[in-house]
Design a protein. Structure first.
Length: 95
C-alpha cells in the first residue's frame, strides 16, 4: 500500500495493490508507481532507495569517553550529596 496525494481531490488516500496500474524503474534508486485514486484521478508515487532517509553526515557518533567519564563522576557525586526525594507532601494526596 502507498499513501498518495491526489491534486484534483486535494487529499491524501491509500493506494492499494489493486489500484496500482504501472510500476516503472526510472533511474537507479527511483521507482515510479502509477495508479488511480478512489475517485478515478491519476496519481503517481515516486519511491525507492533515493527517497529513503539516510544517516546525517554531520553526526560524528557518541561523545568521546574523555568527556563522558568526568561527567559520570560529577553526576555520581551530586547524586550522593544531594539525594532527591520523589515523595509528595501530605497535602497533595487525595484519598
Amino acid at each position: 500500500m502507498f499513501v498518495v496525494y491526489c491534486a484534483v481531490c486535494d487529499r491524501r488516500t491509500l493506494l492499494g495493490v489493486d489500484e496500482v496500474e504501472w510500476v516503472e524503474n526510472l533511474t537507479r534508486g527511483v521507482i515510479s508507481v502509477s495508479g488511480r485514486c478512489p475517485r478515478g484521478h491519476d496519481v503517481v508515487v515516486l519511491t525507492g532507495d533515493a527517497f529513503t532517509p539516510h544517516e546525517d553526515p554531520r553526526y560524528f557518533g557518541p561523545a568521546p569517553r574523555i568527556w563522558t567519564k568526568p561527567m559520570n563522576k560529577l553526576r555520581a557525586w551530586l547524586r550522593g550529596h544531594f539525594e532527591v526525594s520523589r515523595d509528595l507532601p501530605g497535602p497533595f494526596y487525595r484519598f
